[in-house]
Design a protein around this ligand. Structure first.
Ligand SMILES: Nc1ncnc2c1ncn2[C@@H]1O[C@H](COP(=O)(O)OP(=O)(O)OP(=O)(O)O)[C@@H](O)[C@H]1O
Length: 252
């Protein structure tokens, strides 16, 4: 297995956000983690990224663990975090060059990859010479995504990658994720954008009350396409919800 998580638990004070989770994600899969606000999706991803220390459990990536070989694990990971921290004083190009040096890419190789990624995502190339502080949310996200991919990681972990992207950039990201998936990498995404999840997911996890209410293939989740992902998710999380009776006051 490429990503193997076993017995993962995390509490913040008395709130048990993740309870003894087991998840395996194999190469060629794009696993999309879904669930209501505040259910623990980012916490789950941040544990895998070693940004949050779990209370219990083991995480192994390509048979290596943080405990035994943290550098090897991190070399194989590309990450876009929910708050997308960048260095705002840098221009987009300076930031990507900085990241390429962190990963010790040869300068020529780095220049080639940066040119290809920025050509792909940025029609407005001028903006890449301006400070990130002045970028829109979507532009920052595109820089964050490019930085996550630059070192060609085996596993890509993306927290809310579609949020804030315009439809063109989002579709470009869909195409990129599909190519990445087909190149036998492994992708883990947390997202509320189910239209895009529908286009990239091979597997779905639905987190609720600290546990996975569903953990399996997208085909099984949608009953072989009989349901859309949003319908299947709604039925799973709110099977008895009746919006009309709850909101009558609004219509009179
Ligand atoms: N550092 C922290 N300290 C205390 N509580 C935290 C901390 N980080 C997260 N939480 C709590 O853990 C729970 C899960 O948060 P998390 O951000 O993982 O949810 P999420 O599913 O990603 O939410 P959303 O869909 O709204 O982004 C929330 O109740 C949140 O308030």
């Amino acid at each position: 297995m490429s990503i193997e998580i076993s017995g993962l638990s995390k509490a913040f004070g008395k709130k048990h956000v993740l309870k003894d989770l087991d998840v395996t994600i194999d190469t060629g899969q794009c696993y999309c983690l879904l669930g209501k606000n505040g259910v623990g999706k980012s916490t789950f991803l941040n544990c895998i990224l070693d940004l949050i220390q779990p209370d219990a459990g083991t995480i192994s990536l390509f048979d290596k663990t943080y405990m035994l070989d943290p550098i090897a694990v991190k070399q194989n990971l590309g990450a876009l975090c929910e708050d997308n921290p960048l260095i705002e004083e840098f221009t987009g190009l300076e930031y990507l060059n900085f990241v390429s040096r962190l990963y010790r890419l040869a300068p020529e190789e780095a220049a080639q990859r940066i040119a290809s990624l920025t050509n792909y995502f940025f029609t407005d190339r001028e903006s890449l010479h301006k400070n990130i502080a002045g970028y829109s949310t979507g532009m920052k996200k595109k820089v964050g995504i490019a930085a996550a991919i630059l070192h060609k990681p085996q596993a890509l972990i993306l927290d809310e990658p579609f949020t804030g992207l315009d439809p063109i950039a989002a579709q470009l990201l869909v195409n990129l994720i599909r190519s990445y998936r087909n190149a036998n990498r492994v992708i883990l995404i947390s997202s509320h954008d189910l239209n895009y999840v529908e286009k990239v997911a091979t597997h779905i996890g639905v987190l609720n009350d600290g546990q996975l209410m569903y953990n399996g293939s997208v085909q099984e989740f949608t009953m072989n396409g009989a349901n859309l992902i949003d319908q299947a998710l709604f039925q799973l999380l709110l099977p008895h919800h009746n919006a009309e009776t709850n909101m009558d006051w609004m219509l009179t």
